[in-house]
Design a protein around this ligand. Structure first.
Ligand code: NAP
Length: 252
């Protein structure tokens, strides 16, 4: 229960979904956790749950596509909790409907790139100098099964942005390894978050289940357990990997 004792973790996009599950699990493992998003009420609820269970948390609002917002957030965190040891760059999502490439608008393309790849870049850019100075740190990024294998129904801008996050993470791992910093990426398949439960019709959920050798869809907790492993010293010799959390639906 204390795999992350004495660590401070920022989980971006933890007002709900996968990020909220990671934040709650990290807090149960004794990390001080920064819960982040844009929806103040949802953030208070996640923070409240953590504190109610005896954990320590703060919550902050920032738009992860804006460097100035992230820098301001870093200053507030360092004043209140000290430097970040574990950074989970999770905020993101698919902002494009699947469809033929030529029907994708420039705005949709930019929204997916900005909201995933650029947000991940800006997040890491903000917290990396401190980690390098301290010669310690742990970075986890989030890709998607959409970037792991081609699919006719793939939202191409999202898949391309997530593919970019994978190579960003691996190049970063090479750069920062000598500083004692690890960088790894998790690529989940379909995860039944509250949003996906509402978004994906039941018949489609059934069809998706059959594409998974494990015969179920993922849960936010499946991803959180993988993130805990990578964040902990149990993974001390692991850097630069893309970990498929996919119930066997992706084998690369
Ligand atoms: N669910 C899946 O099936 C699945 C599969 C593969 C990969 N992923 C990836 O896993 C991550 C989490 O997904 P999820 O399904 O848990 O998403 P979700 O339930 O939609 O939650 C997304 C989180 O990210 C935050 N966020 C998004 N854009 C942001 C921005 N520009 N600035 C600040 N916060 C922002 C949201 O904040 P607010 O809601 O407070 O605004 C929310 O906390 C994403 O990177 C997603 O691409 C998800």
């Amino acid at each position: 229960m204390d795999l992350l004792k004495d660590k401070t973790a920022l989980v971006t996009g933890s007002s709900r979904g996968i990020g909220a599950a990671i934040a709650k699990l990290f807090a149960r493992q004794c990390a001080k956790v920064v819960v982040h998003g844009r929806d103040g009420a949802a953030l208070s609820a996640v923070r409240g749950e953590i504190e109610h269970a005896g954990g320590r948390a703060m919550h902050l609002v920032a738009d992860m596509t804006k460097f100035s917002d992230i820098e301001a957030m870093r200053c507030q965190i360092e004043q209140e909790l000290g430097p970040i040891d574990i950074l989970v760059a999770n905020a993101g999502g698919s902002f494009t409907k699947p469809g033929p490439l030529e029907h994708t608008s420039e705005d949709e393309w930019r929204a997916s790139l900005d909201g995933n790849l650029t947000a991940t870049f800006l997040t890491i850019k903000t917290f990396l100098p401190g980690m390098k100075e301290r010669r310690a740190g742990n970075i986890i990024t989030i890709s998607s099964a959409a970037a792991r294998r081609s699919h006719a129904g793939s939202p191409i801008p999202y898949a391309a942005a997530k593919g970019g996050i994978e190579i960003l993470t691996q190049d970063l791992a090479v750069q920062v390894g000598p500083y004692g910093i690890r960088a790894n990426c998790i690529a989940p398949e379909t995860i039944l978050t509250e949003r996906n439960k509402q978004r994906i019709p039941e018949a489609q959920q059934e069809a998706l289940i059959n594409q998974h050798p494990m015969r179920r869809l993922g849960t936010p907790e499946d991803v959180a357990d993988a993130a805990l492993y990578l964040a902990s010293d149990n993974a001390r010799w692991i850097t630069g990997i893309v970990l498929d959390v996919a119930g066997g639906a992706v084998m690369v």
